[in-house]
Design a protein around this ligand. Structure first.
Ligand SMILES: [Zn+2]
Length: 149
């Protein structure tokens, strides 16, 4: 099986798990630079995959490295933002915000869960590609200056 097919197969296998992560994150939104529980959740999830995240970057940000074969050959970075917005959620869904007045209305719950799913897949396949993948979980994207500066 080629690498693309393996990635697609793992992505399909994990889609329910990634959706559950997205719903969890959606229900626990936190404002910019206050992503304390989100950061903890991301760190624990990455550790459960076997990764060793560096935490506390700009307080709530994280970075994790997936080293493939010949890790210094090249490095690519994949980034997701983690903060939510000061909006009251009007949706009536089982995973509705449990933090009144704060909502993942900009999709950062999707970004974060997608990068977690990607982390799990690429870590499992790390012996099959060259170089290093740097995962960046960025705080405070909704603020200027934000967590990318
Ligand atoms: Zn946004």
């Amino acid at each position: 099986m080629d690498l693309i097919t393996k990635i697609k197969t793992l992505a399909k296998d994990q889609s329910a798990k990634i959706l559950a992560m997205r719903h969890h994150l959606h229900s626990q939104p936190e404002l910019s630079f206050q992503e304390f529980e989100t950061s903890k959740y991301v760190a624990e999830t990455l550790r459960s995959f076997g990764l060793q995240p560096q935490t506390g970057i700009a307080n709530t940000g994280l970075v994790a490295l997936i080293e493939g074969r010949n890790p210094s050959a090249k490095v690519i970075a994949l980034r997701a933002d983690m903060d939510a917005l000061p909006i009251v959620e009007a949706n009536d869904v089982p995973y509705k915000s449990k933090n009144p007045g704060v909502m993942h209305a900009c999709g950062h719950d999707v970004h974060t869960s997608s990068l977690l799913g990607t982390a799990n897949i690429l870590y499992q396949l790390r012996h099959e590609f060259e170089g290093t993948v740097k995962l960046i979980f960025q705080p405070g994207e909704e603020k200027a200056p934000g967590g990318a500066s």
